[in-house]
Design a protein. Structure first.
Length: 136
């Protein structure tokens, strides 16, 4: 369900942009998906396409391109940098909690070097639109 809510937000943003820019048709969008979202890309893409098919929107023929941005964390204590794949010991429930609320990562992830839970997310969170292409 998380993927559907994010897809609805992306589609609403694309429609708003297309109206503002006077586009009759949106031909392509490129999205950056943060790894920390832990999204099921197939479900997300399906949701985007289904929502875009709604009659009366300029998105019916839109192509979607997605890039996954790997998560990178930096410990505020020892300055170590690491990726999500280097995080160990997370249960399925903890992983699911991060999927629905990526900010919950701070409750479940510790620095693999010093064990501190005090870290910052440098990259790999959220969903962003890199560009929107269309025809006037």
């Amino acid at each position: 369900m998380h993927e559907w809510a994010l897809a609805e937000a992306v589609i609403a943003t694309v429609i708003e942009y297309s109206r503002k820019e006077g586009l009759e048709e949106v031909t392509k969008i490129k999205l950056k998906i943060g790894e920390l979202q832990q999204m099921d890309i197939e479900i997300f893409e399906f949701a985007l396409n289904e929502i875009a098919k709604v009659q009366g929107t300029p998105l019916t023929e839109m192509k979607v391109e997605m890039d996954i941005e790997r998560a990178v964390f930096r410990c505020r204590v020892c300055r170590n940098k690491w990726g999500l794949g280097e995080t160990t010991g997370m249960t399925e429930e903890e992983s699911e909690a991060i999927h629905f609320a990526p900010e919950a990562a701070h409750a479940y992830i510790n620095c693999p070097s010093c064990g501190s839970p005090d870290f910052e997310v440098l990259r790999g969170r959220g969903v962003s639109i890199e560009y929107i292409k269309g025809r006037d």
